[in-house]
Design a protein. Sequence first.
Length: 153
Amino acid sequence: MKTIEIVKYHQRLSALFDRIKDIDDHELKAHWARYLCILSSGFIETSVRSIYSAYTRNLAHPNIRNYVEAQLRRLQNPKMQQILNVTRAFDPTWADNLASETEGEIKDSIDSIVANRNNIAHGRDVGVSYSQVKSWYDNIVKLVDTLESQCGI
């Protein structure tokens, strides 16, 4: 069962992508693409935290849940390697499977979203387009689905 937090974030972000896709003003669409990049990066972070917190909430003693949630709060702007490290802390087999399933396009999308988010947040110029960010976002959704499946959520 997906967490409510992820469902709401996904619905809100998908609705924004849908509203912006038909904008004809290229400069305005580029600004929106940067904003969507930042929100997509937040979706990764929120989803990883939420999935593993839900997994722990369902299986662990309250003291262990508190510890895991405290550790997950430290996770910020995670690139794929950081996500694999978190996954490995739960189950090395999950991490190996996740690495195999995300190698290539999904991994590149996660790393690109986070790298561009950091550049945008620090005022650097980025050349991201709406279609590029949308493609990355679609791959983020695939990652989230895979993590949820692994955790039985």
